[in-house]
Design a protein around this ligand. Structure first.
Ligand code: SF4
Length: 243
C-alpha cells in the first residue's frame, strides 16, 4: 500500500456482497482497516468549539477553519462569551471562511440559544441540536458522534456521493441517505463510517476523477471504471464462445 487509503492490490472479487446492506457492511469493514483512527479534522477541545468550527466549515475547508478558530476561541472561550459578542468583531475573525456575515450571525445565535435554553451546555439530542441557528442534521450528527460518543451518521457531499457510487443507496436527499445507511449498520458504527467515507472521498474517490485503480473497494463497487476479475472472465468467456 503506497499510503493510507490506497492500494494497487485489485481486483479481489471473492464472495462479493449482493445487497446494499451487505455491501455497506463490507465497505465499513474495509474502511475500518484503511482508516483505523478516522478522527474529525476540525480542531476542538470541547463541544462548544466543535459546534462553532462545524458551523464555520460550511462551504469551507477544515484547514481554513482550523486557521481561524484559535483566535476565535481565545477571544470567546465559552458560549456565554460568544453570546455577548459584537457581530462586527466576529465577522472579522471568521471572514476568510466565506459567507462570514451569515456565519457570524449563526455563531452568536447558536451561543445565545445554548446559554438561554440549555444552561450554557451544548445539548446532546439531535432534535435539540437542529433547533440551534446554523445547525442541521449533518452538524448535529458530527457533534453527537465525535464529542458525545453517541450514534450519529453525518451525510455530507462525500458521504452522499460515495454511498450512491458504491450502490449503498439510490437516494439523493441527505436525510434519506442517512436513514438508509443507518438501517444497514449498527448505531455504534455510524459516526466512524461517516468519517471514513469522507476520508475516502477526499483521498481516493474524488468527485470528478475517482482513482479507481488505487481503490480498495474497486472489486465491490458498481461504479468502478476498471474491469473486475469477474468482468474480465465474463468477457473472455463471451469472446471464446463467439469463436
Ligand atoms: S472504485 Fe472508484 S467509484 Fe468506486 S469507490 Fe473506489 S474510487 Fe470510488
Amino acid at each position: 500500500m503506497s499510503k493510507e487509503g490506497t492500494s494497487a492490490g485489485y481486483p479481489r472479487a471473492v464472495g462479493k456482497p449482493r445487497t446494499p446492506a451487505a455491501r455497506s457492511r463490507e465497505v465499513a469493514k474495509r474502511l475500518a482497516t484503511l482508516y483505523p483512527a478516522a478522527e474529525c479534522e476540525l480542531e476542538h477541545r470541547n463541544a462548544f468549539e466543535l459546534l462553532s468550527a462545524t458551523i464555520l466549515s460550511a462551504q469551507c475547508t477544515d484547514a481554513r477553519v482550523n486557521m481561524v478558530t484559535p483566535a476565535l476561541f481565545a477571544k470567546y472561550p465559552t458560549a456565554a462569551d460568544l453570546a455577548g459578542a459584537n457581530p462586527t468583531d466576529v465577522e472579522e475573525l471568521v471572514r476568510s471562511t466565506g459567507f462570514y456575515q451569515t456565519k457570524a450571525r449563526n455563531l452568536i445565535g447558536m451561543a445565545r440559544n445554548v446559554v438561554d435554553r440549555f444552561d450554557g451546555e451544548v445539548p446532546t439530542e439531535l432534535e435539540d441540536l437542529v433547533t440551534l441557528p446554523g445547525v442541521g442534521r449533518k452538524t448535529g450528527n458530527v457533534l453527537r458522534s465525535v464529542v458525545f460518543d453517541l450514534p450519529g451518521l453525518a451525510v455530507d457531499t462525500h458521504v452522499g456521493r460515495l454511498s450512491r457510487r458504491l450502490g449503498l443507496t439510490t437516494e439523493e436527499d441527505p436525510v434519506k441517505v442517512e436513514a438508509v445507511l443507518n438501517s444497514h449498520l449498527p448505531p455504534e458504527e455510524w459516526g466512524k463510517f461517516s468519517l471514513r467515507l469522507i476520508l475516502h472521498g477526499r483521498r481516493v474517490c474524488d468527485a470528478r476523477k475517482p482513482r479507481c485503480h488505487d481503490c480498495e473497494l474497486q472489486d465491490i463497487c458498481p461504479s468502478s471504471n476498471l474491469p473486475t476479475r469477474d468482468k474480465v472472465a465474463m468477457n473472455g468467456t463471451k469472446s471464446s464462445k463467439r469463436k
